[in-house]
Design a protein around this ligand. Structure first.
Ligand code: AMP
Length: 504
């Protein structure tokens, strides 16, 4: 008889389940590992009493709270597949995700429960509610539940979670992540970033995304660390809690916002062990400004919903601004051309990845899955990059963002970096816009701090620096660039806005 196990729970959450140490802390509570595990067990019992069976999907859209993060662990422990949904999604979008995943239990804020029930009236779904203050029917149902729960048997290749990708083109796809995918990445990150029970992580990320949910939460649970668990990012809260933290994980906007406050200085962070950035490119300029201000170097890493974390700047070695570092242990990284042929160092191509961290494919999309993998098992990420002389990976953009103008390739990042260097420019986004003669034309959208800076100033500045075909044909000024909750610039939105400028 094979041994009974729940691979993710046993490896990540079980070792310290009886620990009296504080696990989650903020202004309102201090919750030990022991107490957290009791909440998890009560929720697991509640889910099973509602009919959850191994392999069933539990879809959740709720504000960040202890109950919500415990719900994740409880779903795993009860053998379910956790499906967290961005709090920004509308009920119509939720309808799609819940239908597509045929989730059997759905947990949402009570404000939208009725609306969603109407949309999903024909389905056999159990609805529960969970509000930002933890009120709702899920919490109410816990009163009568037992504090003990025996983990349901799940093996390493069983699914633990489905995370829908942001879906910049076409329908959003459900990335299937196995118990093994999550465990392997957590164990590697512990070694790479030297996490231990001495760590207290400042956690201000959302918990519906890989970064806040798996990278941050799984890792600290695994090492018996503590988490300062804040509902969302705010500069003032970050400054207040920084004193009690040893490390922080953030998206680049966290860092630019911190730098805009004078209280964020050398003294405030001198005890901090590690600042990690990811989910969107960190400008080299921010990296340098951060070091000048604090004396610390941000460690930038690269990951995706489908793959967990893939590369990281080193803990001890050189942390190079503008790069995402070296492949993590056990992750194979290659840069390939359109047909999967590996390219030499320095050549730009698409990042392809293989390793235990890489997902099992897209939920009920066998064709999409097939076209996303090479025959030898490498996953085609769609991120364009090159590997430099020291083997650091340098991302230059998404393949969908690549501009082909008059048959010539333009990598937006190269042009953006030059524009960003101009005095009076805060940041810029370079996009492709349809053009009658060239197919696509280069257009740049700029946020400026100096109102006198003109379109001609920017164009003239670039004349000597880059080939004519790379120079923007038009420059537009905006107050800010559209960004999603993970700090990624939404180029699709910009392309849509300017799509007709050369066609009329
Ligand atoms: P998501 O699946 O929402 O986590 O988005 C993954 C995408 O974010 C990747 O495919 C990259 O395009 C981008 N990304 C993540 N980390 C970085 C980074 N450090 N630098 C540049 N792009 C990044």
């Amino acid at each position: 008889m094979t041994k009974k196990e729940n691979y993710l729970f046993d490896n990540i959450f079980a070792p310290y389940r009886d620990s009296e140490k504080i696990f989650l802390i903020n202004d309102k509570y201090e919750i030990s590992y022991l107490k957290f595990n009791k909440i998890v067990n009560k929720i697991a019992n509640a889910l099973v009493s509602k009919g959850l069976k191994a392999g069933d999907r539990v879809a959740v859209q709720a504000e960040k709270s202890v109950i919500q993060i415990a719900l994740y662990v409880a779903t795993i422990k009860a053998g379910g597949i956790y499906l967290p949904l961005n709090t920004g999604y509308t009920t119509n979008e939720l309808d799609y995700f819940i239908n597509d995943s045929s989730s059997s239990i759905v947990i949402v804020d009570s404000k939208i429960e009725n609306n969603l029930k109407e949309l999903l009236a024909n389905q056999n779904i159990i609805f529960l509610t969970l509000n930002g203050d933890e009120s709702g029917s899920l919490n109410e149902s816990l009163v009568q539940q037992d504090e003990n729960f025996d983990p349901v048997d799940r093996k390493e290749d069983d699914l633990a979670a489905i995370l829908y990708t942001s879906g910049t083109t076409g329908k959003s796809k459900g990335a299937m992540l196995s118990h093994k995918n999550l465990v392997s990445n957590t164990t590697v990150l512990k070694e790479t970033w030297r996490y231990s029970s001495d760590d207290t992580l400042l956690h201000m990320l959302p918990i519906y995304h890989t970064h806040g949910l798996f990278v941050a939460f799984n890792l600290l649970a695994y090492v018996n660390g503590s988490i300062i668990f804040l509902p969302k990012f705010s500069t003032q809260d970050a400054i207040k809690w920084m004193k009690k933290s040893t490390s922080m994980m953030g998206v680049p906007t966290f860092y630019t916002r911190l730098l805009s406050d004078e209280k964020f200085n050398h003294d405030l962070v001198k005890h901090m062990r590690l600042f990690i950035s990811g989910s969107a490119p960190l400008l080299a300029e921010t990296h340098v400004e951060f070091e000048n201000r604090t004396g610390k170097k941000i460690l930038e890493r690269y990951g995706m919903t489908e793959t967990n974390m893939n590369t990281s700047n080193p803990y001890d070695g050189e942390r190079k601004p503008g790069t995402v570092g070296l492949p993590l242990s056990g992750v194979e990284v290659r840069i390939a051309d359109k047909v999967g042929k590996e390219l030499a160092n320095g050549e730009i191509g698409i990042i392809e990845l293989r390793g235990e961290n890489i997902f099992n494919g897209y939920w009920q999309m066998p064709d999409k899955t097939k076209e996303s993998f090479r025959d030898d098992g490498f996953f085609i990420t769609g991120d364009m990059a090159y590997i430099d002389d020291n083997n650091y990976v340098v991302i230059v953009g998404r393949d969908k963002d690549l501009i082909i103008t008059g048959g010539l390739n333009v990598y937006p990042k190269e042009v953006e970096e030059l524009i960003d260097e101009i005095d009076g420019v805060v940041e810029s986004a370079v996009i492709a816009v349809p053009h009658k003669d060239f197919g696509e034309a280069v257009v740049s959208v700029v946020v400026r701090s100096n109102e006198n800076l003109s379109e001609d100033d920017i164009k003239n500045n670039l004349i000597e620096k880059i080939a004519k075909f790379k120079q923007p044909k038009e420059v537009f000024f905006e107050n800010e660039l559209p960004r999603n909750s993970m700090g990624k610039v939404q180029k699709v939105e910009l392309r849509e806005k300017f799509k007709n400028i050369f066609l009329n």
